[in-house]
Design a protein around this ligand. Structure first.
Ligand code: PLP
Length: 378
């Protein structure tokens, strides 16, 4: 065994993918409602993405930010066109790195040390990101933690002080089982941060790039964050992350404060540009089929609750989630689990159609009919 044993894997060995389907090495087909953890939002091997990446690989695989190339500017401009409340973007490689940069920006911008984060939030595995993660088991593994971070329940307005640099939150808490909060919560939080001179950070590593039916969650309910972090779907699987930065913050950034060798590399930017072009046309599908998926899932016997938005849904079950996940896999459907026991997560490609939903709910119904109720969920 040459890979470090840190990932729990499904009994699934993949050979290839196309749109919402993947095939294993034995040639068996699966309906993918997990998308490699919310990454493959344009569907597997979308021809527009494949073409853009292949062309760029043949032209210039890499050059760092010391030299400009037109595609980098074009791709960044397209991202900002979708995010008119923001002034500039900083590119890096992973969600955790984007959050590290956002936390640093907030602290430097305000000159304050403290951060308020949410119980149940997940922000990545690097030192700062894990320290802001509101799930104790992950923080415990990573001690000693970065100081100055406190936690409040998601959905409750936190007390801020003159030391609070930032409030960071996932607008839909994915790992915690796809929980979100009412519009008034986001509006009140925005007002409070503005009044207190605190930077509001939305971690949109999962909600960003169309997953909830709008390109970003920021902008929803008339609320824009000051910093938005993006990763996962932004490059359709080519590693890339970004921080969208407000004008007030961008104006104060000095040369040399932020950087990453691979950030905004040519292949990643080609993938991002092509991804944005595809996702733009898929947003109505996310809204419509997302509603249909939620409605049909709610009606399945053994589903207690459906949470989340668009194609970021958590189904609270009466049965054990890992057992249901395995049983679905045996019937050719891939779903995720969550940190909350009893919840399966649906994070499909944004191309999912009504026909796929019908297949999923039919299969889920069969599985739940046979599944014993979980002790926890009863
Ligand atoms: N933020 C959120 C909301 C996430 O779901 C994740 C990963 O699952 C991260 C940050 C970390 O991203 P990465 O694994 O790319 O570092």
């Amino acid at each position: 065994m040459s890979l470090l044993r840190t990932y729990k894997t499904l009994p699934l060995e993949l050979a290839r993918g196309e749109d919402v389907r993947v095939w294993d090495t034995a040639g068996r087909e699966y309906l993918d409602l997990y998308a490699g953890h919310a990454v493959c939002s344009t569907g597997h091997c979308h021809p527009h993405i494949v073409k853009a990446v292949q062309e760029q690989v043949g032209r210039l695989i890499f050059y760092s930010n010391v030299a400009a190339f037109p595609l980098r500017e074009e791709a960044a401009a397209l991202l900002l066109k979708h995010a008119p409340a923001f002034h500039a973007a900083l590119f890096a490689n992973s969600g955790a790195e984007a959050n590290e940069n956002a936390l640093k920006m907030a602290r430097r911008h305000t000159g304050r040390p403290d951060v308020v984060a949410m119980e149940g939030g997940f922000h990545g595995r690097t030192a700062g990101a894990i320290s802001a993660t509101g799930i104790e088991k992950y923080r415990k593994q990573s001690e000693p933690l970065v100081p100055g971070i406190t936690f409040v329940p998601f959905g409750r307005i936190p007390p801020l002080t003159e030391r609070t640099a930032a409030v960071i939150l996932e607008p839909v808490q994915s790992m915690a089982g796809c929980r979100t909060a009412p519009p008034e919560y986001f509006r009140e939080l925005r007002e409070l941060c503005t009044r207190n001179g605190t930077v509001l950070i939305y971690d949109e590593v999962q909600t960003g790039i169309g997953r909830t039916g709008t390109m970003f969650f920021s902008g929803r309910h008339g609320v824009d964050a000051d910093l938005v972090t993006l990763a996962k779907a932004i490059g359709s699987g080519i590693p890339l992350s970004a921080v969208l930065v407000s004008k007030a913050i961008a104006d104060k950034v000095q040369y040399g404060e932020y950087g990453a060798t691979f950030g905004a590399g040519p292949v990643a930017m080609a993938a991002m540009k092509a991804t944005l072009e595809v996702v733009d046309g898929l947003l109505p599908n996310v809204v419509e089929v997302g509603r249909y998926l939620a409605k049909c899932s709610e009606r399945v016997r053994g589903v207690r609750e459906v949470r989340g938005l668009g194609f970021l849904l958590g189904l609270k079950l009466e049965a054990e989630a890992p057992a249901v996940q395995r049983a679905l896999l045996e019937r050719g459907v891939i779903v995720g689990t969550a940190d909350e026991p009893g919840v399966i997560r649906l994070l499909p490609p944004l191309t999912l159609s009504h026909v796929h939903v019908d297949r999923f709910v039919r299969t889920l119904g069969e599985v739940l009919r046979d599944a014993p109720a979980a002790a926890e969920a009863r």
